[in-house]
Design a protein around this ligand. Structure first.
Ligand SMILES: Cc1ncc(COP(=O)(O)O)c(C=O)c1O
Length: 391
């Protein structure tokens, strides 16, 4: 297989297409019939190999899974899930049982935290939140019952970049499994398996699908053992991503490099402009030399996507609302990774246990594919509305 990731983006997973047609068919399937009892028995004995029952996957699903697995550079198969959050919860449930401890990064995506604090807590799994900047210091937190270390880099909303190799080294020394949410960078810009991480998770809903029109997740494992463990849990939990979503994920991959290069260029332009503004205290965009996490990003990543954080100077919620309510191009809403720009205030602050974040002053921006000049004009008008209320 080709080594260059841009070539892989065009070609990985193509072996499931038929009749000379470039893309695979979208199979809508539940029942799979077998030629005879011997074939039925053979498939039943190996339910993860090939087509067996709709829930276990079809060639459309396998094409998407194999494409992402090739990009991440681990085991040749992956596990597609019904959403990004499902990819996270299935991974956690694959490794954690009663009495285990999970080391979870404090800057993690809110619903991941919610799952740890409810479902895992009820199961008798303890979650210990750690500082995203901990690096090799994680060794001191590893206990005999520590089973898994979960990372997300950069962190949701606050964009701390983690020292993944240092954490992996400590984990390996203690026989602890590592997993990372790599949604921000995608495999195009960061491949954690190359740095020794065991499991990589993508909320494919974001950049892999790329058009804000499907929910999808995917789990890639470094080796076959990890894949089998995760796949078994996914099947037992009834995970079943829809064929149309998997098709859209695969189609999104084909243009990922073209889109992400543009997201990066536009986001850099907007981030540079934002950091000159008097209303802005900090811009969190790892590609900016002045941003938190820049050095680690420069060491480990090949690029930056279009999502960034802004720490505003004002804490006036009314002023922030005035800014957000009048945007022409920035939509107000959750998610990101589509072609369109979005703004999201962190209402009521950010949940943290070991690291402090100022409440109600942060703004998350997704910089889309619109002309950056238009986005800057939209933000400029927004700051004028904000200043009108503050003064
Ligand atoms: C970093 C991160 N991980 C995971 C998810 C969950 O993905 P999904 O919305 O597909 O469940 C999100 C969604 O916003 C996210 O931002």
């Amino acid at each position: 297989m080709a080594k260059n990731i841009k070539t892989l983006l065009s070609h990985a997973g193509r072996n499931h297409a038929e009749h000379g047609i470039v893309n695979p068919a979208v199979y809508h399937a539940s029942t799979v019939t077998f030629a005879d009892v011997a074939a039925l028995e053979k498939a039943t004995a190996n339910p993860f190999d090939g087509v067996y029952y709709g829930r276990h996957g079809t060639p459309t699903v396998f094409a998407f899974e194999e494409a992402v697995a090739a990009l991440d550079g681990g085991y040749e198969r992956a596990v597609a899930t019904s959403s990004g959050l499902a990819a996270i919860t299935i991974t956690l449930l694959s490794y954690l049982k009663q009495g285990d401890e999970l080391l979870m990064v404090d800057s993690v995506y809110g619903p991941t935290r919610g799952f740890c604090d409810t479902v895992l807590a009820d199961m008798g799994v303890t979650t210990h939140y750690y500082d995203p900047d901990i690096g090799a210091g994680i060794s001191a937190l590893i206990k005999p019952n520590t089973r898994l270390i979960f990372m997300e880099s950069p962190g949701s909303l606050t964009f701390e970049v983690q020292d993944v190799p240092a954490i992996v080294e400590a984990a390996k020394a203690h026989g602890v499994v590592t997993a990372i949410d790599n949604t921000w960078a995608t495999p195009l810009f960061y491949r954690p398996i190359e740095q020794g991480v065991d499991i990589v998770i993508h909320a494919a809903t974001k950049y892999l699908v790329g058009h804000a029109d499907a929910m999808l997740g995917v789990i890639c494992c470094a080796d076959k053992g990890g894949f089998t463990q995760v796949k078994k849990t996914a099947v037992r939990l009834g995970n079943c991503p829809g064929p149309d979503s998997c098709y859209l994920g695969l189609r999104g991959l084909r243009t990922l490099s073209a889109r992400l290069e543009q997201h990066q260029q536009h986001a850099l332009q907007v981030a540079n402009w934002l950091q000159q503004r008097s209303e802005v205290a900090e811009v969190w965009y790892p590609a900016l030399p002045s941003s938190r996490g820049h050095e680690l990003w420069q060491r480990d990543f090949d690029g930056a996507s279009g999502l960034l954080g802004v720490l505003l100077k004002t804490t006036d919620a009314e002023a922030l609302a005035a800014m957000l309510n009048g945007f022409e191009y920035f939509g107000l809403g959750y998610s990101w990774g589509g072609y369109e720009s979005l703004a999201l205030p962190t209402l009521g602050g950010v949940q943290r246990q070991v690291t402090g974040v100022p409440a109600s002053q942060t703004l998350r921006l997704h910089i889309g594919l619109e002309a950056p000049e238009d986005l800057i004009a939209d933000l400029n008008a927004g700051f004028e509305r904000l200043n009108g209320v503050v003064q």
